[in-house]
Design a binder for this molecule. Structure first.
Ligand SMILES: Cc1cc2nc3c(=O)[nH]c(=O)nc-3n(C[C@H](O)[C@H](O)[C@H](O)COP(=O)(O)O)c2cc1C
Length: 341
């Protein structure tokens, strides 16, 4: 309700300024406690999630407000992407609202304050609730695999899980790490840097993949015993859009990504035979969207763009709605519903 009233004012601001204000408000506001485990509690990759709805990467790039976000009702929060060295990202403007499409286009380019600053901040947390750390490589790095290994070493002790992000469309060449040979080498380096006792490693993939890519990624992820696949990042494709910013370069997220990301969950479910947990993300804005993603094969779900349009109250609304849908369809747990469509 409060957000409905303030949204018109926020939407007159440049989107990046509005985002800065949202972070500042979360920092200043009461922190709250992480959600408690109820009917929606679920275990994935050995971690106990109080509910399956997470805040996706990119909102809290520097790990400034994970606890405030957990206090909004999210079952987990993924901070980052964080790179070894701080970097400015692409020239502004680089973030666009497409209200007519309930969508966002961004070409931020991994703007972040770097690993040392984020690690110092995250080390001060009380470590209540599940906080994943999403890691990336510097744009000008001569050895990107070494960047991921270094990030793994620094962040593993601070993370509930690590998310290896090789699917941002805004760092040139990054998505080539999804190719079979490159991916095997990358994951070997990350898993070695993590060691035997580190947190589970999740891999975040693009929605813009051919069937052969999906099969190869699924095979490697299973073989390397990853904790989960996060499906998916933003799309470089352009479904029909209405907004005046539809021609901007970058990754598209929000409602127009929904059906593509849902289909990719189905594809990865088929390719993995259900043997590897999936995190469904892309265009989720309602409990029905989240439930459809779970029924299609996602053990967990995440969102970002819908919060721009709905405000932070969206987490509690979706969690409440999911409980009702689970009851309606006669499931005793989220895990039981995964892939049941
Ligand atoms: C402004 C913005 C910045 C993002 N930054 C990152 C990022 O740094 N790392 C990452 O893995 N995903 C990033 N994402 C992608 C989201 O985590 C998510 O995969 C995508 O937006 C689809 O979900 P949605 O439709 O709910 O927004 C970003 C998305 C947006 C809109």
């Amino acid at each position: 309700m409060l957000y409905r009233l303030t949204r018109p004012a926020l939407f007159t601001l440049d989107p990046e300024r509005a985002h800065g204000l949202a972070i500042a408000a979360l920092k200043a506001g009461p922190r709250g406690s992480p959600a408690s485990a109820g009917a929606l509690a679920t275990e994935v990759a050995g971690l106990a999630f109080p509910n399956p709805l997470g805040m996706a990467a990119g909102f809290d790039k520097n790990g400034e407000v994970p606890d405030a976000l957990l206090g909004q009702g999210f079952g987990f929060v993924e901070v980052g992407s964080i790179t070894p060295r701080p970097q400015a990202g692409n020239p502004k403007p680089r973030l666009f609202r497409l209200p007519e499409d309930r969508a966002v286009i961004n070409r931020m380019g991994f703007n972040n304050g770097g690993a040392a600053a984020a690690a110092a901040r995250l080390a001060k947390r009380e470590r209540r609730g599940i906080v994943g750390i999403n890691i990336g490589a510097n744009k000008d790095s001569a050895d990107r695999v070494a960047d991921y290994a270094q990030m793994t070493q620094v962040m593993a002790p601070l993370a509930s899980y690590l998310a290896v992000n090789i699917s941002s469309p805004n760092t040139p060449g990054l998505r080539a790490l999804q190719d079979e040979g490159a991916l095997t080498g990358l994951l070997d380096a990350v898993l070695e840097a993590r060691g035997a006792s580190g947190p589970p490693v999740f891999l975040k993939v693009a929605p813009d993949l051919e069937p052969a890519d999906i099969d190869a990624i699924a095979r490697i992820a299973l073989y390397k015993q990853l904790g989960a696949l996060i499906v998916s990042n933003t799309t470089i494709s352009r479904p029909l859009l209405q907004s005046r910013f539809k021609g901007e370069a970058g990754g598209l997220s929000g409602a127009p990504l929904r059906d593509l990301a849902l289909q990719r969950v189905r594809d990865f479910r088929a390719a993995t035979g259900g043997a590897l947990p999936l995190v469904g993300v892309g265009g989720i804005a309602t409990a029905e969207d989240a439930w459809a993603r779970i029924r299609a094969g996602a053990s967990l779900v995440q969102l970002y763009s819908a919060m721009v349009y709905e405000g932070p109250g969206i987490a509690r609304r979706i969690v409440r709605g999911l409980e009702a849908l689970m009851l309606r369809d006669g499931f005793a747990s989220v895990a039981e519903a995964v892939g049941s469509e």
